[in-house]
Design a protein around this ligand. Structure first.
Ligand code: FAD
Ligand code: NAI
Length: 475
């Protein structure tokens, strides 16, 4: 007899595994199918985020930031260490161990929530059926009252620089380098390029980043991008803007990259090259020909605001659908899909999704940039406060950057908050809550912030929007 479930989720990344747990919490019978295989040949739940994305990259960013601070900042505190060395093998062992603990944790969560975690390939058939090809055993057809597609995404490969797994690599391979390359090229100054470029630069690689756009961090507020660009330059990241790669030739010694910029054709020789030019939805083998689910021209599953596909009772969430490719966006869509299947009311507020880049300084924002507000025609005010005037930042020896608040002139509503500086990724949570509650600038101004704390910079930036900053000269 074929198995049957109320909900079958295909994909156990942060979209799929969260959807599965939420659906089970709501009393439904749930299976979650995933085929992810790590480089050690072992299957693991958690998708890109836990195995090859958010978690391993943050583990390496932390290790290398500590190394950098030990080398460059400890002296200022009066701490002498002698020569500081990094053992890359130990750093990578720690990264792998964190990944193992967290992916193993999902198996535990599935068990506790009575979700059947099925290891293998899932394919949506017509008529609410899913074909499951297990890693071991025979193919089965599962009856599903509802299906959630959470197949995620995969790095975009450029025809002029195909991945070879050794010299020309994607972000996953770049997380697992066993030694520090002397020189490293990165195509794309996006989130992956900046985070992974920072990791290897801190360990001594000479990093050159080639970015096609003329504007650095085009998606961020211009004031924030300016501060970040200056800091990255100081750290030795050589970021070439308006530069388009035309070819990459791997040889025994490394890679020769050719690119075009305003000055003409340039070449760059590097030991390794990371291609980080974005990701594409992963829908390979996900849908039978007659499954009926519509994909757009780029391969994204077409969904409405409630993640419903063109087929009744089939939802799609996370990186395989429109919107930012972020783990927390995937998870919230997973919760929404499960809630809706259970007949609950649910929604995702797509206007209030935080973005964080975990470099040093960190960059984080929520809501609109000043450029977006300006072009909307709404009159607005801004307030900024530099970390250089914040006591906690001084104590931390991390005074670069600022908080910028953008608010409406008419009703005082906060429209966007942009942070570049220490712990920006943590500080942004207050701003996310403020935007979620449609808070006014005055709400933030009247909220008491502990002293001394980095969060006081958020408070002061809100005060500065009305020229009321107390620890900085208002302009
Ligand atoms: P995924 O995590 O990609 O999971 C999809 C899963 O489905 C995979 O396990 C895949 O094997 C499985 N699957 C696909 N098709 C099938 C099938 N037919 N049958 C069975 N299984 C299938 N985001 C952040 O928010 N914060 C960060 O700090 C961050 N850092 C990142 C760092 C890097 C280097 C990278 C590459 C990405 C990072 N991201 C980050 C993005 C984040 O990883 C993704 O947005 C997130 O993983 C998307 O979740 P998902 O569940 O949609 O898909
Ligand atoms: P991205 O979209 O962030 O950046 C890609 C960059 O490459 C862009 O700046 C683009 O202009 C540039 N580019 C594209 N084609 C190019 C070419 N031919 N030559 C030179 N430059 C070119 O994509 P990235 O960095 O690969 O990250 C993929 C996704 O993963 C992102 O959407 C991001 O949301 C997610 N991610 C999130 C992180 C976080 O939240 N901290 C960390 C890492 C990834």
């Amino acid at each position: 007899m074929s198995k049957s479930y109320d909900v079958v989720v295909i994909g156990a990344g942060p979209g799929g595994y969260i959807a599965a747990i939420r659906a089970a919490q709501l009393g439904m019978t749930v299976a979650c199918i995933d085929e992810w295989k790590n480089k050690d040949g072992k299957n693991a739940f958690g998708g890109t985020c836990l195995n090859a994305g958010c978690i391993p990259s943050k583990a390496l960013l932390e290790s290398t930031e500590l190394f950098h601070r030990a080398q460059h900042e400890f002296k200022k505190h009066g701490i002498s260490t002698g020569d500081v060395a990094m053992d890359v093998a130990t750093m990578q062992k720690r990264r792998a161990s964190i990944v193992r603990q967290l992916t193993g944790g999902i198996a535990g969560l599935f068990k506790a929530n009575k979700v059947d975690g099925l290891v293998g390939h899932g394919r949506l058939l017509s008529g609410s059926k899913v074909e499951f090809t297990p890693v071991e055993g025979d193919v089965e057809t599962i009856d599903a009252k509802n299906v959630i597609l959470a197949a995620g995404s995969t790095p975009i490969e450029l025809g002029v620089a195909p991945f070879d797994g050794d010299k020309i690599v994607d972000s996953w391979a770049a997380l697992e380098f066993e030694s520090v390359p002397e020189s490293l090229g990165v195509i794309g100054a996006g989130v992956v390029g900046l985070e992974l470029g920072s990791v290897w630069a801190r360990l001594g690689a000479k990093v050159t980043i080639i970015e096609a756009m003329d504007d650095f961090l085009f998606m961020a507020d211009r004031d924030v991008a300016k501060v970040a660009a200056k800091d990255f330059k100081k750290q030795g990241l050589d970021i070439k803007l308006g530069a388009k790669m035309t070819s990459a030739q791997a040889s025994a010694n490394g890679v020769t990259v050719t690119y075009e910029d305003a000055a003409g054709t340039q070449t760059l020789d590097v030991e390794k090259l990371i291609v980080a030019v974005g990701r594409r939805p992963f829908s390979d083998g996900l849908l039978a020909d007659d499954a009926g689910v519509t994909l757009d021209e780029r391969g994204f599953v077409v969904v409405d605001d409630e993640c419903r596909t063109s087929v009744k009772n089939v939802y799609a969430i996370g990186d395989c659908v429109r919107g930012p490719m972020l783990a927390h966006k995937a998870s919230e869509e997973g919760v929404m899909a499960a809630d809706l299947i259970a007949g609950e009311t649910s929604e995702v507020n797509y206007d209030v999704i935080p973005s964080v880049i975990y470099t040093a300084p960190e960059i984080a924002w929520v809501g609109k940039t000043e450029e977006e507000v300006k072009s909307s025609g709404r009159s607005y005010k801004t307030g900024s406060f530099p970390f250089a005037a914040n006591g906690r930042a001084k104590a931390l020896e991390q005074t670069s950057g600022m908080v910028k608040v953008i608010s409406a002139e008419d009703d005082d509503e906060i429209l966007g908050v942009h942070i570049v500086g220490p712990m920006a990724g943590e500080l942004i949570a207050e701003a996310v809550l403020a935007l979620e509650f449609s808070a006014s600038t005055e709400d933030l101004q009247r909220t008491i912030h502990a002293h001394p704390s980095l969060a006081e910079a958020v408070h002061e930036a809100a005060l500065a929007a009305d020229k009321r900053a107390l620890n900085y000269i208002n302009r």
